[in-house]
Design a binder for this molecule. Structure first.
Ligand SMILES: [Zn+2]
Length: 275
């Protein structure tokens, strides 16, 4: 589940290598993965990237000549790999770029559903593609967060994950952030006291920075997450077991002691409500 810390760690790792050599061969790409056909992928061949940028959970690879931008969104199951020359890659990746000299950038996606996407765009079209995104989560700050929370009263877990409101947070980091801020995932954004807004802003920065630092060192999920996917394990603050609740299409992890004053949250899974 790559979110801001994972994608930013990738950005930093790929920034140097992708500009070392021009693209020799762009593609093949899975038909469901490549979201654009004009300009064609072959337009990348012979061009060099100027590095890697990130916006929310997406990576952008602009060409040095300023004419094209390759945009990558991994969604839930997509993974990027950079293979040095001679490195053995997957047989049929969802997308592949080969650089002169033999290094490759490959996108793979587990499972049969292909949801990850690759777009080849002009810089103007890339701006349009990203225009709906809210401000970056890391470094957002109390004032900007207060405005977002007040603009629409919604459950915190759902609001934090809404890329139009704040860009970069998904369900794993929403769990970590809300636990750090000692706030219920179901609390309404409009109900927060100013002190709680400050705490949430601080938690967003603290948790995303912690995640980024660990990911840069190559840490795996088990070590990076302290609440997410930790059902029944002791809370790192109070020692009580972490609980889990279904919410919409997501599974939310939280500590009843630290976040909901001991209250156990009831499932709000859509499929169950509709029954
Ligand atoms: Zn706790």
């Amino acid at each position: 589940m790559p979110e801001l810390p994972e994608m930013e760690a990738w950005r930093r790792a790929l920034d140097e290598p992708v500009r070392a050599f021009p693209v020799e061969q762009a593609g093949p790409a899975h038909i469901a993965t490549l979201k654009t056909f004009d300009p064609p992928l072959a337009e990348l061949e012979g061009r060099r990237f100027s590095g890697v940028e990130r916006r929310g959970k997406r990576l952008l690879f602009p060409t040095e000549d300023g004419e094209l931008v390759l945009l990558v969104h991994l969604m839930t199951a997509g993974r990027l790999r950079y293979l040095v020359a001679g490195g053995k890659g997957p047989k049929s990746p969802a997308f592949r770029l080969r650089f002169e000299g033999g290094a490759q950038l490959v996108l793979t996606e587990a499972g049969s559903k292909k949801r990850a996407g690759v777009w080849l765009l002009t810089p103007e079209a890339a701006d349009e593609e990203l225009a709906h995104l809210g401000p970056e989560a890391l470094g957002l700050g109390s004032n900007a967060l207060a405005e977002i929370l007040a603009s629409d009263s919604r459950r915190l877990h759902s609001l934090l994950r809404d890329q139009r409101a704040i860009a970069g947070i998904g369900r794993a980091w929403a769990n970590e952030i809300l636990h750090h801020a000692q706030l219920s995932p179901f609390a309404l954004s409009g109900d927060l006291a100013p002190g709680q807004v400050d705490r949430l802003a601080e938690a967003i920065d603290a948790e995303l920075s912690r995640g980024l630092e660990l990911r840069e060192r190559g840490a795996a999920d088990k070590r990076v997450y302290r609440v997410h996917n930790k059902l029944g394990e002791p809370c790192y603050v109070c020692g009580e077991p972490i609980a889990r609740v279904d919410y919409e299409e997501h599974t939310v992890y939280y500590c009843p002691d630290c976040q909901t004053r001991g209250r156990v949250l009831k499932d709000r899974r859509l499929s169950r409500l509709l029954r």
